[in-house]
Design a binder for this molecule. Sequence first.
Ligand SMILES: [Zn+2]
Ligand SMILES: [Zn+2]
Length: 266
Amino acid sequence: MSLKFSVLASGSTGNAIYVETAGQKVLIDAGLSGKKMDELFAKNGLDPSSLDALLISHEHSDHIKGAGIFARRYNLPIYANEKTWKAMDSALGTLTTDQKFHFEVEETRTFGDMDVQSFGVSHDAAEPMFYTFTHGGRKLSVITDTGYVSGRMKGIVGEADAYVFESNHDMDMLRMGRYPWSVKRRILSDVGHVSNEDAAHAMADLLDTNDKAANIYLAHLSKDNNMKDLARMTVEQTLASRGYETGGSLKLYDTDPSVPTPLTKV
Ligand SMILES: [Zn+2]
Ligand SMILES: [Zn+2]
């Protein structure tokens, strides 16, 4: 029985990641409209009514936009930490008490035959956190929406077989772009998003401590300050400068704001 996942949508316009084992199907974030969420599931031949749980990373709208609608439509339990619940509760609309569950930072929970570990990230939300998923000796780590990747985060996400890793912006595009300085400063800050280059250095640090085969999905690309080819090229070059060639046992994959990645074994 294997661990499988699909990045249904990723980017500053909306995020949703699907993870399944034979016994369990979970969704991390539902950051698009209910209609778009349904379309993403359909594109991959997946059935949202078979979901067991919805895990929320933080209350920004690109992560919760369709969460309330989806939870009501498919009668899903939602898991989030207490501060995130407080911050997002009114935005989700009416839910029954048996749909609201706490999942605190740095907690490991078992969902059927899948172990899920949460960890805090550095981002300007109430208490943002992301997750690792393990099953049958395989591990998937999801880390986006963080201003930097700390040693503590690396310790938790490391030794994974697959990563969904934020590669948010190109430094030069952001600096030269049309965003007001206050927004640029927010993105560049410790509680914003990681650049292509910083993401690649964090990946290299992870590989330094455990040089195993890995599939890395470049995620949460900025619509205005990044491009898939540029993200990939920058990450490839930075990894190469650290001694890691991509294409062999280390592979990079794109994600897209509206096209799901194929359901793939971790
Ligand atoms: Zn965010
Ligand atoms: Zn986000």
